[in-house]
Design a protein around this ligand. Structure first.
Ligand code: PMP
Length: 427
């Protein structure tokens, strides 16, 4: 057991908490017991420094679509070690990857590679602003778009105007604002667009709100957002950082849900969480708009030192090969019913109030304890880790799961049984 006290503030110190492998966003003060440090992982399992095994049903909230340490991706990474980041020059892999992704997805023309979901959001927002010449962005309460959220919206602001970081050459104080609107409230979006149409660049939404606890959009909701934005010439951005790369049984969530956005942000599953990477996809027409300036001018002056890092590209190409070779999309479709039935068998157990699922995402919502919202969810999460050796995520009183797409039906049954045991004994 690792005993020494870490002097590192927060993020690394938090690695020992349940569900907190590599997570800087967890409360850990009240977690009792000995710290448990994760050392290695394979498939749907991780092992701590004492050799204890855990089922990883969090999958770092989505990226580990092939599970931990997929062999083909590991060997692709080893083969790519000869080159560091290639800022200012493209690699062959980068181009092959961009063509492969864009070519495989109807309606998607161009891809911009970045390093995370947050950077993908930032890039999409800057693209939308530069394309429309407007500044305001509408987002939804409960939709998470990465760390950029804290810059976009002041906590608890509701529908409010807020300062934004410098973007597209505009000073922060001139950059006006972002509106945050309750999820699923298309009427408010419509009003906001009617009142502010000349100032709004884009509406950004998670097609299924992941961090808020797997909120599946009501039938017709995304279609309505599409119709309203199109009517007012405003771009629609889908944040597919969780739903992208197969989690809903199609390459992207919008293909499953049948609504085509203008921009798509993604990350996580793009290379199965092996190397930080993100991407923004743009529909036809956006790219051309940036190609009108003088030959020597930078078309869209925005990028990152590690964008399209050779390791990330190699890992992504290998991941996409595994998708194809192992028929992962078909696998999700085949597993979805089993996953749904297993999760829904928890209805009525202990304090379970609601169960939601789509593709291989799922959430179990607990009734909050009187006067202590989030406490029951937290306790369940801690017990699931320390007593049942299972990693899941909690958001308030909602338990959320995003297993690797390679999961088996017997593993699904096992996790649900372990969760059931905890739910039955939690007060
Ligand atoms: N968008 C969504 C929907 C996410 O869930 C996340 C991260 N969980 C992000 C964006 C941010 O991605 P990253 O942590 O890679 O910056």
């Amino acid at each position: 057991m690792l005993k020494q006290k870490s002097k590192i503030l927060f993020s690394r110190a938090q690695r020992h908490i349940p569900g907190g492998v590599n997570s800087p966003v967890r409360a850990f003060r009240s977690v009792g017991g000995e710290p448990r440090f994760i050392r290695s992982g394979k498939g749907s399992h991780v092992t701590d420094v004492d050799g204890r095994h855990y089922i990883d049903y969090l999958g770092s909230w989505g990226p580990l679509i092939l599970g931990h340490c997929p062999a083909k991706v590991q060997s692709a990474l080893r083969a790519q070690l000869a080159l560091g980041t290639s800022f200012g020059a493209s690699t062959e892999n980068e181009v092959v990857l961009a063509e492969m992704i864009a070519g495989a997805i109807p309606s998607i023309e161009k891809v911009r590679l970045v390093n995370s979901g947050t950077e993908a959001t930032m890039s999409a927002i800057r693209l939308a602003r530069a394309f429309t010449g407007r500044n305001k962005i509408i987002k939804f309460d409960g939709c998470y778009h990465g760390h950029v959220d804290s810059l976009l919206v002041k906590a608890g602001s509701g529908v409010a105007t807020l300062g934004l970081p410098d973007s597209a050459g505009v000073q922060p104080q001139e950059c006006s604002s972002t509106f945050s609107i309750p999820y699923n409230d298309a009427d408010t979006v419509q009003r906001a667009l009617e009142l502010n149409r000349s100032e709004i660049a884009a509406v950004i939404v998670e097609p299924v709100a992941g961090s808020a606890g797997v909120l599946v959009p009501p039938v017709g909701y995304l279609e309505r957002l599409r119709a309203i934005t199109e009517k007012h010439g405003i771009l629609l951005i889908f944040d597919e950082v969780i739903t992208g790369f197969g989690r809903l049984g199609k390459p992207f969530g919008w293909q499953r849900l049948g609504v085509v956005p203008d921009l798509v942000t993604t990350a996580k599953g793009i290379n199965s969480g092996t190397v930080p990477m993100g991407a923004v996809f743009a529909r036809a027409g956006l790219y051309e708009a940036f190609m009108q300036g003088p030959q020597q001018g930078i078309e869209f002056a925005h990028g990152y030192t590690y964008s399209a890092h050779p390791l990330a590209c190699a890992a992504s190409l290998a991941t996409l090969d595994v998708y194809r070779d192992e028929g992962l999309l078909e696998r999700v479709t085949a597993l979805e019913k089993h996953w749904e039935d297993a999760l829904h068998s928890l209805k009525g157990v202990g304090a379970v109030m609601d169960v939601r699922n789509i593709g291989l995402m799922g959430a179990v919502e607990l009734e909050p304890r009187a006067g202590a919202p989030g406490a029951r969810g937290f306790d369940t999460h801690v017990k699931t880790f320390f007593e049942e050796d299972v990693l899941i995520r909690f958001t308030g009183d909602i338990l959320a799961m995003s297993p690797p797409l390679i999961v088996s039906t017997s593993q699904i049954d096992e996790i649900v049984e372990r969760l059931r045991r905890v739910l039955e004994r939690i007060e």
